[in-house]
Design a protein around this ligand. Sequence first.
Ligand code: HSE
Length: 436
Amino acid sequence: MKQLNVGILGLGTVGGGTYTVLKRNATEITRRTGVEINVVQVADRNLAHAKALATDADVTDDAFAVVNNPAVDVVVELIGGYTLSRELVLKAIANKKHVVTANKALIALHGNEIFAAAKANNVIVAFEAAVAGGIPIIKALREGLGANRIEWVAGIINGTTNFILTEMREKGLNFADVLGEAQRLGYAEADPTFDVEGVDAAHKLTIMSAIAFGMPMKFEQAYTEGITKLEQVDIKYAEELGYRVKLLGITKRTDKGVELRVHPTLIPEKRLVANVNGAMNAVVVKGDAVGPTLYYGAGAGAEPTASAVVADLMDVARLIDATNAQRVPYLAFQPEQVQDLVILPIDDVQSAYYLRLRASDKPGVLADVTKILGDRSISIDAMLQKEPDENETEADIVILTHITVEKNMNAAIAAIEALDAITAKVVRIRMEELAK
Ligand code: HSE
């Protein structure tokens, strides 16, 4: 029987899950691949914990011992971060070892360098677990949808923020009240600002964008806006208008360039993706031939993420003797066909908008606001005026607009905020139909 010898860097949540799934499903995995996958060495700083779990493997606290071990065919990088992990992955590649990683930050920031090194050394770098945990979205984008010209991808790709938004909507809580609970439940990244400010989602979106359109990783150019400023009242008004607020990663191919943006987004509640709740993830991909398709599942956790890591190991087991030309390209497109597409600055992105205005309750305010919008050819789709509470002299006005370009909306908002009757900054949330 053919053997594949694996070295694992990091035996934390995902590493532990990977070890467990490989052992529990060993027979089934070998039936599928015709290869025995053995974990021969494991590196973890916590030697006692690693020894207790990985009873059949050599255990070390020196990760470089694994990447330099001649007996190891494939290195599984599960330590996170992007400094030491970059060094280890590049060293493994230089040693002609294949690499499987769950590290979204590493691929989004250093993927271009890593894939160039991997190509030069004819090794595989697989990263299914880096995006949406157990959902096989990389496989779907690179292979299952390979016949399509992909037009856009939109996803709920951070479980922590989806959990927070779900709690805010269902329990009427504020952002700050729910963050602590998400952290206690263990969804959040080591640094929760990566979750709540949209950085984690931008890492994952960057990766999907690169393989959807065949372009390099462009994380630095992603527009990233998190959920920390989102107010409960806007979630409530959105619901009254038939929408849910989700933190979406959206990437779209347009005539002018590629949109690459993460921000809170109103989506119609009738869309399946609007009903993805709690810590679950979902990605919608629109291909020209297939139309919109939806992928749903657990975006984090030990065994869901291990499911993706092990599937990558199985691909390595099958393709280890192939040449790069016979394998699916790293970014789905042949390396010489990867195109340096332009990323649109957020000012040039087109969107529909939800606006909330706080206005003195006196005649003519609405006329002034609609004139400002009309003068800039911004068309109104729906409007909601809330009665001021007793003893209040100000009211909330909510306006949904049709699509316009962001810089046009910025100018309109500045003009609205300059009106005497407008007493607070205008709240703006982008909207997506996700229909076609
Ligand atoms: N912190 C991430 C999330 C974990 O909340 O989705 C998985 O990448």
